[in-house]
Design a protein around this ligand. Structure first.
Ligand SMILES: [Fe+2]
Ligand SMILES: [Fe+2]
Length: 182
């Protein structure tokens, strides 16, 4: 079936996994509110998912392949504006995740006052993604497909698979590097 898939296929499948993580985050936010505590290891897991999967692997394919190819096309003003907004959204997600990591470090080191910051960053992430994903799934991806021939779309899909194939190696390369630095 792979050859029948459009390039946006894997991106939309990835959106579904991101949505599942968002729904877990929402459940944990309710628990944080009632218990007034958080498991820092859960936050680590969320951060790793966002960093490695949502940002590096998913936004990576969008930015380095789809958006880059689109930037070489004669995009309508509206599509250009949407793409710019999507890129800003990605930068925003990165910045919020960084703040979440910092708050989690403070919390882990005994600073309980970091809890509201953790909850607020988790909430921001949980609220931000569904809107971003909907914009891509329903508006931007369908519009962007019009700029490519079937053949171009297919070659983008091939590049997506190649991009994914490198990810597991990059991820565990950085895990080992991180441990070597400790
Ligand atoms: Fe995106
Ligand atoms: Fe996306």
């Amino acid at each position: 079936m792979e050859h029948l898939m459009q390039a946006r296929g894997p991106l939309m499948i990835e959106h579904r996994l991101i949505e599942r993580m968002i729904s877990i985050i929402k459940d944990v936010l309710i628990q944080i509110e009632s218990t007034q505590k958080v498991d820092p290891v859960f936050v680590d897991t969320v951060v790793d998912f966002i960093h490695t999967y949502a940002d590096r692997t998913h936004h990576g394919k969008e930015e380095n392949i789809l958006f880059r190819n689109l930037s070489k096309r004669d995009l309508s003003t509206e599509d250009q504006q949407i793409m710019k907004k999507l890129l800003d959204d990605h930068a925003f997600a990165r910045q919020e995740t960084k703040a979440l990591v910092e708050a989690n470090t403070r919390y882990r080191n005994g600073d309980k006052s970091a809890l509201p910051e953790i909850a607020s960053k988790l909430r921001t992430i949980a609220e931000f993604y569904p809107e971003h994903i909907e914009k891509e799934d329903k508006i931007f991806f369908p519009a962007s497909m019009a700029y490519f021939t079937d053949e171009e779309d297919h070659s983008m899909l091939t590049r997506f698979w190649e991009f994914d194939r490198k990810m597991i190696h990059e991820k565990y390369g950085s895990v080992v590097e991180g441990l070597e630095k400790d």
